[in-house]
Design a protein. Structure first.
Length: 75
């Protein structure tokens, strides 16, 4: 069985840059080597070496998808 530790940050309390360590499969498309930059909780910039357009679509689903809802550590 897997274990997970997670937290829900304050909506406007996230600042900084996050880099992926594993690829993300979204809608059958691989998003790899990506980063997200946050200011006051909102994604203000992002990049991906692979799957940039898929990441852009994911972030631009609606206004809520620009914010971080959960941070999880999964071994």
């Amino acid at each position: 069985p897997t274990e997970e530790i997670f937290s829900m940050p304050k909506k406007t309390g996230v600042n900084g840059k996050v880099f992926s360590s594993k690829p993300l499969n979204y809608g059958g498309n691989l998003i790899n080597n990506f980063s997200l930059t946050f200011k006051d909780g909102r994604v203000i910039d992002f990049d991906a070496k692979e799957g940039y357009e898929s990441l852009k679509s994911l972030i631009n689903i609606d206004e809520g998808s620009h914010y971080l809802g959960e941070v999880a550590l999964v071994p």
